[in-house]
Structure formats: C-alpha cells, structure tokens
Write a protein that binds this ligand. Structure first.
Ligand code: THU
Length: 128
C-alpha cells in the first residue's frame, strides 16, 4: 500500500527549504528492501542551484547504498497533483527504471503512474 509512503512524503515536505518559491515538495522513495528514503526540495539564492525533492531523494538513497527501488511518493500543496519535472524524470529513470510514481496533495488526493507513462522515451545508457 502507498498510504505510509504518501504520509512519509507529506511529512518530509515539512522540511523543504523553499524560501524563494514557497513551493514545498516532499518525496519518499522506497527501495527494494522496503527502506524509505525521504527528502524535500532545497532551494538556493542563485535559483539555478535549487534541487527538487525527487532528485534529492534519489541521490540521498544512492549515497546510503540503495540500488534498487520500488516506488516514489511526491507530495505538494496543489489541487492538480504536482508531477516530477523533466530533469527529475531523467534522474529517476537512471536510478529507478520504471517505478511506480504516486502523486499526492495535502487533501488526501492521490494518483499513481508508472514512470514510463510520464517519461515514455527515455535516453539512457542503452544508447551509449
Ligand atoms: N520542485 C520540486 O521539488 N519537484 C518538482 O517536481 C517540481 C518543482 C521544486 C523546485 C523549486 O524549489 C520549487 O519546487 C518551485 O519550482
């Protein structure tokens, strides 16, 4: 069930460092062993060095030794559920492949996708 993962993403959203956009995003990435790696967006005064919550979650999980993943939950305060940006889709594909992507908001609305639906023709190492 994704309920606990969504709750973890919502809780992680509270740690967002988003003083510029005020747009807080939380992410919770479940690895193949069932461990949950949480994170949030971290902004920077340069704007361009801002890192999205999804990307931080992947990098944090990787740095903690996780290599295989099942699902990611992404939480933001929008009625139309916030999907991962294009750059995050590329990073998710590289590390997670065709995982389940669960989008959620603060009102309890959720939607579930496969990453391949959101990112149908990815570039990856198979082309190199
Ligand atoms: N953001 C994310 O963390 N994830 C997304 O998928 C979309 C955008 C963040 C980046 C920035 O801190 C803020 O939301 C506004 O773009």
């Amino acid at each position: 069930m994704s309920g606990a993962l969504v709750q973890a993403a919502l809780a992680a959203r509270g740690n967002a460092f988003a003083p510029y956009s005020k747009f807080q995003v939380g992410a919770a990435l479940e690895d193949a062993e069932g461990r949950v790696h949480t994170d949030c967006n971290v902004e920077n005064a340069t704007y361009g060095l801002t890192v999205c919550g999804e990307r931080v979650a992947v990098l944090k999980a990787g740095s903690e030794g996780a290599r295989k993943f099942r699902r990611i939950a992404i939480a933001a305060d929008t009625d139309a559920l916030t999907p991962p940006c294009g750059a995050c889709r590329q990073i998710l594909w590289e590390f997670c492949g065709d995982i389940e992507v669960v989008l959620a908001n603060l009102g309890g609305k959720t939607e579930s996708y496969r990453l391949k639906e959101l990112f149908p023709k990815p570039f990856d190492g198979s082309y190199l």
